[in-house]
Design a protein around this ligand. Structure first.
Ligand code: NAP
Length: 338
């Protein structure tokens, strides 16, 4: 039996996009509710930044800020404006009913006039024991070179980047600013990256590639000291001393519950077809943050699109799907000159 209350805005996800959407929606007096997600082994409320120790590129924190502290501050800011928070997942969205019918992991049914999806994407990991432990404790293993590469611990070190796509090329090239040497470890004998990015990496004097090679073990107690490599052709194993390990083996958007609900691209990211808008293929459902952005993937861009989604939802509630508030297109071109 559905609960009687019809929510104006249900925000799904609790990373920078979700909390920013909540702050904007709450200040617009939409009385939002955030489903921040149920903690699990892979996911914890707060998103990717909960796994980041030091965030140095979020504006407003000249000394840097701890990722978890930043997320707790965003959560507190949303609560300050009376955002309601439910520590459950949304596991089902029925787009055919209006208001939308949502179901949570605890079996709760929610009716909502608008939905903002901000469930993010999770970095893929190799699944090695030490990898996960050291990534969570700031031990020199990271899935985001742009976030972590400039940390003092990585200066003048030999750094390894795993992957052969554009991200690996970009991260390896970025890391050359700080590293003594960058070693790309790739499981095949050819990159999947675009030729221009691959060439830039291959021609860089600080970058070399270990082809046909996989990482089988991450070495180090408190901080990574090396990786064990295996040649995929000969099976031969050896150790490589490194002072940092960066994974660039792709991301997986958290959209399993949205299949058949809104249009997704072939990798599962939510499509927002109109540039500079957060509307999805279903009127009244908006998307923000990494779940709709596999390109920038930064906390600050996620927060920006969270703001946009809340404004888009507010305008949709006030004016319907075709609202373009504030954009006046003159019927006739304005006369030129004074
Ligand atoms: P991707 O293109 O999916 O590449 C992932 C890479 O990781 C592949 O080389 C893959 O190897 C490797 N890999 C996957 N699982 C692995 C495993 N378990 N062990 C070892 N290696 C593994 O992902 P991406 O590089 O993050 O790029 C995602 C999208 O974003 C792409 O469309 C890309 O063009 C775009 N992007 C663009 C830019 C840019 O233009 N500036 C920058 C970053 C990303 P195989 O090749 O053998 O499959």
């Amino acid at each position: 039996m559905a609960e009687e209350k019809i929510e104006n805005v249900v925000i799904i996800g609790s990373g920078p996009a979700g909390w920013t959407a909540a702050v904007y929606a709450a200040r617009a007096q939409l009385d939002p509710v955030v489903f921040e997600g149920a903690p699990s082994r892979e996911m914890i409320p707060g998103g990717q930044l909960m796994f980041t120790t030091e965030v140095e590129n979020y504006p407003g924190f000249p000394e840097g800020v701890d990722g978890q502290a930043l997320m707790m501050s965003m959560r507190a800011q949303a609560e300050r404006f009376d955002t309601r928070i439910v520590t459950e997942d949304i596991v089902e969205v029925d787009p055919s009913s209006r208001p939308f019918l949502l179901r949570s992991s605890e079996g709760r049914e929610i009716r909502a006039r608008t939905v903002i999806v901000a469930t993010g994407a999770r970095a893929n990991w190799l699944g090695l024991e030490n990898e996960e432990r050291l990534a969570q404790t700031g031990g020199g293993v990271s899935a985001c070179a742009v976030c972590d590469g400039a940390l003092p611990a990585f200066r003048d070190q030999v750094l390894a980047v795993v992957g052969g796509g554009d991200s690996a090329m970009e991260e390896a090239t970025y890391l050359t600013k700080f590293a003594r040497e960058v070693v790309i470890v790739h499981r095949r004998d050819a990159f999947r990256a675009s030729p221009i990015m691959a060439t830039r990496a291959l021609e860089h004097p600080k970058i070399r590639v270990e082809w046909n090679t996989v990482v089988t073990e991450v070495l180090g107690e408190d901080f990574v000291t090396g990786i064990r490599l295996q040649d995929t052709e000969s099976g031969e194993e050896r150790e490589l001393e490194v002072g940092g390990l960066f994974l660039a083996i792709g991301h997986t958007p958290n959209t399993a519950f949205l299949k058949g609900v809104v249009e997704l691209d072939e990798s599962g990211y939510v499509l927002t077809p109109t540039p500079w808008r957060t509307a999805t293929s279903v009127d009244g459902i908006f998307a923000a943050g990494d779940v709709m952005d596999d390109y920038y993937r930064q906390a600050v861009t996620a927060a920006g699109t969270g703001c946009m989604a809340a404004l888009d939802a507010e305008r949709y509630l006030a004016h319907g799907a075709d609202a373009e508030v504030g954009v006046e297109v003159p019927a006739e071109p304005a006369p030129a000159g004074p």
